[in-house]
Design a protein around this ligand. Structure first.
Ligand code: CMC
Length: 428
């Protein structure tokens, strides 16, 4: 017999079904709550206990530190797949055959041209503009250069919108960087792989050749895979929420980019390196900063630590930590902040404040150290996260539209003034 949950309000009982996911996660289905109770609602700021949707894309078990895309372990995907394969998997649900993957890549290449007029918009930004602001604006601007609405009943329309943005987003990301560094914009080279081409668009010098470096390409590919999806996080929920009003894919993505920008979300990777640099400049006393992080009167938090869902090691952090060691030694880079990061981690894992609250390093703790070793500047870190998360956002947006989910519209508990008589201005 299927389980139910009983809710009792003022002695009256209401019964609700309990639904079970494929990994045996249980959720009380309260869709009928307001109608059967005559208007009672639930309150859950930050949605700590609230599922917003049913999804078949990513599974995350925060207690055990498990992350799977479409059933495949993140460890396997990071080791054995490449980023475009993972993008295909997330969006379409299955790993592609070689033929399917080739076609997917060819279709993306067909759309890699960004309208010359977009450059004029980019030109209007000051050089100091943060790349995330530039990226969200340009992604939004792309709506004007492409069909603004996608017919979600047409597989072809949906597919075209998805490959278009997968093609153009790396161009915009690289352009945001080149604008900031005063370099001419580069259109890349379609004979290269997706990630290699992105690196060329970033790093080709105006008068020099681009030499692809396998260590860097592989390391970035892995980082992008690790960031590719993470179920209903802040930016993904934003993409689904905006898309639920039937706003187009690009408009929804632009909103997701803004949500990702914040330092409690994707912006943490930039904040981590800045924090590590501060600690280094301050003399490298990690203990002092640990004390600050624990002090409730001090706003300082240990950036790159803690997670809403993981109450155990973030499996992505484990992979990235190992990768940081490998990449830095392969590139012959010595970064003193790597040792500071390891020192902080060691102290935190032995400190009851962090242990009791189950605060572990998250995906952002070591990723910046690798980005920096590759020559990617700190202000671009969150943009790199966005590039990685793009397939996840697309997959989630597509799922939301195909499932014909209703418009997202949470309830509230009103705590403002009750009805008041209007006072004319001269009597106030
Ligand atoms: N440093 C010090 N204390 C912390 C930290 C931290 N990084 N994170 C959480 N805590 C404490 C917090 O003060 C609270 O203590 P108490 O119970 O005594 O009030 C307790 O741990 C629970 O924290 P919370 O803020 O209620 O947890 P949350 O689920 O709302 O927030 C988080 C999760 C990721 C926003 C938070 O851990 C944080 O701010 N971490 C630093 C920023 C960061 O690294 N963000 C990247 C997250 S992973 C990638 C991504 O999502 O983009």
């Amino acid at each position: 017999m299927s389980k139910t949950a009983i809710l009792e309000i003022d002695g009256k009982k209401y019964e609700f079904p309990v639904i079970k996911g494929t990994e045996n996660e249980e959720a009380i289905d309260i869709k009928t709550l307001r109608s059967v109770t005559g208007g009672v609602t639930t309150i859950d700021p930050g949605y700590k206990n609230t599922g917003s949707c049913e999804s078949a894309i990513t599974f995350l078990n925060g207690e055990e530190g498990v992350l799977r895309y479409r059933g495949y372990a993140i460890e396997d995907l990071a080791e054995k797949a490449d980023f475009l394969e993972v993008a295909y998997l997330l969006i379409f649900g299955e790993l592609p055959s070689q033929q399917e993957l080739n076609k997917f890549h060819e279709d993306i290449k067909q759309h890699s041209h960004v309208d010359e007029d977009v450059k004029k918009i980019l030109d209007g930004f000051p050089k100091s503009a943060h790349p995330m602001g530039v990226l969200s604006s340009l992604t939004s601007a792309l709506v004007a250069f492409n069909p603004s609405s996608v017919n979600v009943d047409s597989e072809e329309d949906m597919y075209n919108a998805m490959v278009r943005i997968l093609a153009k987003f790396p161009v915009l990301t690289a352009w945001a960087y080149r604008k900031r560094t005063g370099q001419p914009l580069d259109y890349g080279d379609d004979s290269l792989g997706y990630v290699d081409n992105f690196l060329k668009m970033m790093f080709k010098k105006p008068h020099g050749e681009y030499k692809s470096n396998k260590v860097v390409v592989d390391a970035l590919d892995k980082l992008l895979i690790l960031h590719a999806d993470h179920e209903q996080n802040c930016s993904t929920s934003t993409v689904r929420m905006v898309g639920s009003s039937h706003a187009g894919l690009f408009a929804s993505l632009s909103a997701g980019i803004n949500a990702l920008w914040g330092p409690l979300h994707g912006g943490a990777n930039q904040a981590v390196i800045e924090m590590l640099e501060n600690i280094k400049e301050d003399g490298g006393d990690t203990h002092k900063f640990m004390q600050k992080a624990k002090d409730k009167n001090d706003p300082f938090r240990l950036m790159g630590f803690g997670h809403r869902v993981y109450k155990n090691f973030d499996p992505r952090a484990r992979i990235i930590k190992k990768s940081a060691d490998d990449v830095l030694s392969a590139l012959g880079v010595e970064d003193p902040v790597l040792n500071i990061a390891k020192g902080l981690e060691k102290e935190a894992l032995e400190d009851s404040y962090f242990v009791d609250r189950k605060l572990y390093p998250n995906v952002d703790f070591y990723s910046g150290i690798i980005y920096r070793a590759m020559g990617i500047p700190v202000e671009m870190f969150t943009a790199m996260f966005a590039l990685g998360r793009l397939p996840g956002w697309i997959a989630q947006w597509r799922e939301m539209r195909l499932r014909k989910e209703p418009i997202g519209r949470p309830r509230q508990v009103y705590i403002g003034e009750t009805h008041r008589e209007f006072k004319p201005i001269e009597k106030r």
